[in-house]
Every structure is written in structure tokens, then in C-alpha cells.
Design a protein around this ligand. Structure first.
Ligand code: AMP
Length: 287
């Protein structure tokens, strides 16, 4: 049976109790509307850890005023059922007052990594993410934290925050779960009309074209980004935000692609903004 807890102190008490018995704690932070992508994180945590807490909190701090905070899907009963079926011990689903009893005056800001890509069009987003994740880590206590590569920039930021602030958390990155046609699972996919849903596969197709170019020896990030952008441009329902080549750890743009890189893309399909990314590696030198 999976218990639902709304009180941060109660969650901490339970997880402290588990640690006192020598159990390893896993934490899976989410905003709910759980799908098979989240499930893969919970499955991994359940495999690695003795006690798994899934958090379900639609964090107002990471939404800009014009974003979809109110419309964001909230499906707690289904989320608890999914977490329970996956073997999570507890779902932490606090309300806004439990997480932010006072207007927050302390913000965790990760320099450089939070600038550009998602940070360009969502300038306050990552401060909201790192602040809430820091809070969740404080509430949960020492643990392993599971994050999806789907939000690649977020994962890089969380890793850096944990290292910089010596948080007692081991961050585990998990691969992107996709639909059979390549679309990365996302809670926002439910906003897509059938036509838009069909068009949304263009993101993963564009990334595959970029990764093939890198794999075939294209070393100029400009040309790879142009190849990705061209695929998106050919889909009338999609509008490109960015197509980017980045180093996977620092998220800096390489001058020349001489090591494995990450290709990242964001595009709006209809009115829904989608993101995706893919690893790409240059060919091995001959010999
Ligand atoms: P969210 O509820 O969108 O904040 O996502 C919670 C966690 O699930 C984040 O670490 C995401 O990166 C991860 N996640 C979301 N979609 C996927 C996916 N398709 N594959 C793997 N992880 C995912």
C-alpha cells in the first residue's frame, strides 16, 4: 500500500525512520500526471532502493505568469495508483501552503547552466526548479534522486547544484521514454490535437537527422543545428524555438564537434511547447 503524505515533517519522519533501519531511500520528484516516462524513473528507484518516495507537486515557482500553471493536468488518484503499482512506499503530495507557508525569500540559482536553451524563453523557470528540488532534498534527507534525461538541462542543473552545495544526494539520470513513433512522453502531450500529435514526431525525427550528421563526421555545430532546424521547418504545424549542439555536462557549445555531444530542440506544435534531446557522437578515428 502506498501512503499519501502532505506534510513535509511527516515525510521526513518516515524517511528518517527508514534510514535508521539501514534502508536506502530513493526520491522521484514529479509534477504528477504520471506516464510511462515517470514510471521508468520509479521502476529504477525501486530496483536501486529500499524505500521510494514519489513527489507530486505542481510547483508554482517554476511557471511564469503566462504559462500553464492553472491548466497543468492534476490527476492525483491516478498518480497514486501508478506509484503504488510500481512499488513506491509513499507519495508526497503537499499543497502550496505546505511547501511555501510564507512567500519565499530564498532562491537557489545555478549560474551559466540556467542561461540559454530553456532559460532563454523561460528566464525564471530554472530558479523555480532548483529551489523546489533543493527543498525536496532537504525535506527527504539523504537519498538518491531520480531525474529524466527528457529535461536534460534540468538534470545538468540539479547535478551541479548538488555538487556545489554538497547536498547528500546521489543524482541518477534516466533515459528518455518514447512512444513507438519516437515522440518523447510528456504530460503536455495531452494538449495536442490528433493532427498536432502526428506533427509532434518531427522533434525526434529532426534530432535523429542531426545525430546522423554528427555520426557521419559533421564537425561544425552550425551545420548540425541547421540540419535539425530544416527538418522542423518542413513541418508547418511546428515552430522552432531552438536547435542546439551542447557539451553534455557543461551545456557549453563546442567550437568543433570532437567529442560526444547532446542535441537539444524545442518547438511549439500548435500552442504546445515541446522539448526533446538526443546523444550524438562523432565517428571514431580510423585505426
Ligand atoms: P515532470 O513531472 O514533467 O516535472 O517530470 C518529472 C520527472 O520525470 C523529470 O525528471 C523528467 O525529466 C522525467 N520525465 C518526464 N518525461 C520523461 C520521459 N519521457 N522519459 C524519461 N523521464 C521523463
Amino acid at each position: 500500500m502506498t501512503d499519501v503524505v502532505g506534510d513535509p515533517i511527516e515525510l521526513r519522519r518516515r524517511l528518517d525512520e527508514a534510514r535508521a533501519k539501514g534502508k536506502r531511500v530513493g526520491l522521484v520528484p514529479t509534477m504528477g500526471a504520471l506516464h510511462a516516462g515517470h514510471r521508468s524513473l520509479i521502476d529504477r528507484a525501486v530496483t536501486d532502493c529500499d524505500v521510494v518516495a514519489v513527489t507530486v507537486f505542481v510547483n508554482p515557482l517554476q511557471f511564469a505568469p503566462d504559462e500553464d500553471l492553472d491548466a497543468y493536468p492534476r490527476t492525483l488518484d491516478d498518480d497514486v495508483a501508478l506509484a503504488s503499482a510500481a512499488g513506491a512506499a509513499v507519495v508526497f503530495a503537499p499543497d502550496d501552503a505546505a511547501m511555501y507557508p510564507e512567500p519565499i525569500r530564498t532562491v537557489v540559482h545555478v549560474e551559466e547552466l540556467s542561461v540559454g536553451l530553456e532559460g532563454a524563453s523561460r528566464p525564471t523557470h530554472f530558479d523555480g526548479v532548483t529551489t523546489v528540488v533543493a527543498k525536496l532534498f532537504q525535506i527527504a534527507g539523504p537519498c538518491r534522486g531520480y531525474f529524466g534525461e527528457k529535461d536534460f538541462q534540468q538534470l545538468a542543473l540539479v547535478r551541479r547544484m548538488v555538487a556545489d552545495l554538497s547536498m547528500p544526494v546521489e543524482v541518477v539520470g534516466c533515459p528518455i521514454v518514447r512512444e513507438p513513433d519516437g515522440l518523447a512522453l510528456s504530460s503536455r502531450n495531452r494538449y495536442l490535437s490528433p493532427d498536432e500529435r502526428a506533427a509532434a514526431t518531427v522533434l525526434s525525427q529532426a534530432l535523429a537527422v542531426g545525430a546522423a550528421a554528427v555520426g557521419n563526421g559533421e564537425r561544425d555545430p552550425d551545420d548540425v543545428e541547421a540540419a535539425v532546424a530544416a527538418v522542423i521547418a518542413a513541418e508547418p504545424r511546428a515552430a522552432l524555438d531552438y536547435a542546439a549542439v551542447r557539451r553534455p555536462d557543461t551545456l557549453q557549445r563546442p567550437e568543433i564537434i570532437d567529442e560526444p555531444v547532446r542535441l537539444l530542440v524545442a518547438a511549439t506544435v500548435g500552442t504546445t511547447r515541446l522539448i526533446d534531446n538526443l546523444a550524438a557522437a562523432p565517428p571514431l578515428p580510423p585505426g
